[in-house]
Design a protein around this ligand. Structure first.
Ligand code: UDP
Length: 325
């Protein structure tokens, strides 16, 4: 079996490729290396360096593949609100190119990286897949629109899909096989790590007056190796059941920002942080119900314990910044 992993040189993509190779599946990676990195390309894979805006190149790359895992997207929430054109083109047009190329080449299976950002501000917690979708940022809107295109391509072109709605992806491969550190990280844990290694002067805690036990926001942090195995299971499900699904991927457990800060300080070392105003668009609490993924895929997270998330991230930062050992 051969799978085309679009965006396979990126942070989540590289972990997915590793999981596919571990499962004995051949991989062709398609990536424009805009945020993906060469260091994330495993020697066993075929690599096509091109953009998803090139439909002809996509068609060619789809030759002799049994399915697609599509992770290529712009994903900075804040940037999506100031540069929506880039998100519309890369995420929506790029995915339509891929779907059109798949239709042409008769490739009928796709696993798509969606996001909990499709839900917007939760109306209840924990959030299941039946929760209304109402994105409050343009990034989430692009993911939701793509899910809707997938539904139509299923009906009209018989392309079956699994949309995986990731909660907060964190951590790095514990075996050290994935070596690329994400460039320009915008998320909590990498920002904490950058503060510890001295790239940043201090870390800001965005909002301490939320309606949560310690006043800071609560999120569902899922280890990227757990996300990765879910893609392999999703692919197997598609090939066996030929049925489209939308699935949450989270741990069903929440951690507050303050908890993340305090646990990291306890495990590694104290670092400068300050309370700051709320960041616009942040819901107080976002945690998943992931029952559907458990039942349909037989998937459960095994890497997502808080200490493992923190220490696996720290291990790679130490490799890249050895003076902090
Ligand atoms: N956060 C923070 N300081 C930072 C970055 C993030 O306090 O420098 C908080 C953010 O407000 C949110 C949580 O950490 O409550 C997770 O944010 P992140 O950007 O990692 O993911 P999001 O949940 O926005 O997708």
């Amino acid at each position: 079996m051969k799978i085309l992993v679009v965006g396979g040189a990126g942070y989540i993509g590289a972990h997915v490729v590793k999981a596919l190779l571990n499962a004995g599946i051949s991989v062709r990676v398609y990536d424009d290396l805009s945020t993906g990195q060469k260091i994330n390309l495993f020697p066993q894979i075929e690599f096509v360096e091109n953009t998803i805006l090139n439909e002809k190149a996509l068609e060619e790359a789809l030759t002799d593949v049994d399915g697609v895992i599509h992770l290529a997207a712009k994903k900075a929430v804040g940037e999506s609100m100031t540069l929506p054109e880039i998100y519309a083109t890369n995420n929506i047009t790029g995915t339509l190119n891929l779907l059109n190329a798949m239709a042409k080449k008769n490739v009928k299976n796709i696993v798509f990286s969606s996001s909990a950002a499709v839900y917007g501000t939760p109306q209840y917690t924990k959030v299941d897949e039946a929760h209304p979708v109402n994105p409050i940022n343009f990034y989430g809107f692009t993911k939701l629109e793509i899910e809707r295109f997938l539904e139509w391509y299923d009906r009209l072109k018989d392309i079956k899909f699994i949309a995986l709605r990731y909660f907060n992806a964190v951590g790095y491969d514990e075996t050290g096989t994935v070596q690329g550190l994400e460039k320009n990280p915008q998320n909590l844990l990498p920002i904490i790590m950058e503060t510890i290694v001295g790239i940043r002067e201090k870390m800001l805690i965005f909002g301490t007056d939320y309606d949560t036990p310690d006043g800071t926001c609560i999120r569902d942090y899922i280890h990227v190796s757990d996300l990765a195995t879910a893609h392999v299971s999703a692919l197997n499900y598609l090939l066996k059941e030929h049925k489209s699904q939308v699935l949450n991927l989270g741990t069903e457990t929440g951690h507050s920002v303050l908890e993340m800060v305090k646990r990291t300080e306890a495990l590694i070392k104290p670092f400068p942080h300050e309370n700051a105003p709320r960041r616009p668009g942040d819901p107080a609490q976002l945690t998943a119900v992931a029952h559907k993924a458990h039942t349909l895929l037989g998937w459960t997270p095994t890497h997502s314990a808080l200490d493992n998330i923190i220490l696996s991230t720290w291990a790679l930062y130490q490799k890249h910044f050895p003076q902090n050992r």
